[in-house]
Each structure stands twice: as C-alpha cells, then as structure tokens.
Design a protein around this ligand. Structure first.
Ligand SMILES: [Zn+2]
Length: 75
C-alpha cells in the first residue's frame, strides 16, 4: 500500500508530482500504476498545501476538474 510522500504522512496519495528540472516545471498527473523514482505522491491535504518552489511552474495534466487554484508562476 502506497502512502503520501511527505514524511510521516500515511494518507493515501491523490496526485503525482514530477519535477522536470530542465524546464523548471512540476507536472501534475493522476497516480500512475507504479511510483517512479523521480515522482512525489501527495495526499489531498498535502496537495492542497503545496506551493511550487520559487521559479517553478505547475502544469496540471489531469482533466481540469479539481483545482480551484491552478496558477503559473512567471519565470
Ligand atoms: Zn500527506
């Protein structure tokens, strides 16, 4: 059973985050079947609290149904 990537969190993961360093973009995907080494999986709570690091942008590749706060940071 997988759990949220955040330390000490045992909630079921909700989204997958992939940090794409060459473009400073964080891809947001639905959970994949297997966790990849460069992926982070957050539960709903941690996802809602998540803010991209300075200079990074979020690219939500899921269906546009969930996020009220999709935003992009200007580079
Ligand atoms: Zn969590």
């Amino acid at each position: 059973m997988r759990s949220c990537t955040r330390n000490a969190c045992r909630e079921v993961p909700h989204v997958t985050l992939v940090f794409h360093y060459p473009s400073s973009t964080i891809w947001v995907d639905q959970l994949s079947d297997e966790r990849q080494p460069n992926e982070y999986e957050f539960c709903v709570t941690h996802w809602q609290r998540f803010q991209p690091p300075s200079g990074w942008s979020l690219d939500d590749r899921r269906r546009a149904e969930v996020l009220p706060f999709v935003h992009r940071l200007a580079g």
